[in-house]
Design a protein around this ligand. Structure first.
Ligand code: PMT
Length: 221
């Protein structure tokens, strides 16, 4: 990896997990810690890029030299990512975005009441930010990268997801005890829309991040 090979580039990274509010005290969320996205932001900054990190609910310190935008929900994440992507050379979606949100927000805490039927939460679809960015590139040659955390048929599901989302690269990581969600380490295969497959062995999330930037760098025009 050449030093500062991303100098003069603007990259956008999303990290963390969205939280979709149910009532003032509850939300639908996921186990993303933000560590993989923050590792991507740090490594890109170390390689000279201007970095915008859109962070959803990560309990991590803002990385030095990175513009951090804090968001809560998928709708807020979409707005922040689209805004930052307008002049970006690359967008990497490492965030775990909720596919659905509660159709209604209860302004008062939902109470347990014996005389009432069990409550039902109706869900509605959230926008698919990765698919939207891939289909409608803010600038020609913009490189778009997605992530997929899978539990089974990892490569086959990854390939299908890559095609469905329309991104250039998809980082497929298998959900496991000491990788993906929450841990310091990860292990992945990076699938390319050109048919390429780049395995990344188990190791620190920075290592995977550097491989992602290598693959992005090769595709930048
Ligand atoms: O944060 P850590 O604890 O370090 O964990 C890292 C991680 C496991 C969260 C990360 O490596 C990862 O895999 N992120 C994607 C999680 C996932 O399962 O994504 P998905 O399969 O639901 O979505 C696929 C892709 O579409 C992702 O790039 C996602 O950001 C994007 N997406 C999903 C839904 C949606 N409504 N809009 C989106 O843009």
């Amino acid at each position: 990896t050449a030093d500062a090979d991303l100098a003069g580039r603007h990259v956008v990274v999303s990290a963390g997990g969205t939280r979709e509010p149910i009532d003032p005290v509850r939300f639908l969320g996921n186990r993303s810690s933000g560590k993989q996205g923050y590792a991507l932001a740090r490594t890109a900054a170390a390689r000279g890029a201007r970095v915008t990190l859109v962070s959803a609910n990560a309990a991590l310190p803002d990385p030095a030299g990175v513009d951090v935008v804090h968001v809560g929900t998928a709708v807020q994440l979409r707005e922040a990512v689209l805004k930052a992507a307008a002049d970006a050379d690359a967008v990497v979606m490492a965030a775990a975005v909720a596919d659905f949100r509660p159709a209604e927000y209860a302004t008062g805490k939902i109470k347990k009441r014996d005389d009432k039927a069990d409550p039902t939460i109706t869900l509605v679809r959230n926008p698919d930010i990765l698919a939207e960015i891939s289909a409608d590139r803010a600038r020609p040659g913009q490189v778009v990268v997605g992530f997929a955390a899978e539990t089974d048929d990892v490569l086959a599901n990854g390939r299908t997801k890559l095609e469905r989302k329309g991104c250039d690269l998809l980082v497929v990581n298998e959900v496991g005890e000491r990788k993906t969600f929450g841990s310091e380490e990860n292990e992945a295969v990076v699938l390319g829309a050109d048919g390429s497959e780049t395995p990344v062995p188990y190791g620190p999330k920075e290592g995977l991040a550097d491989v992602v930037w290598d693959l992005v760098q090769e595709r930048l025009v």
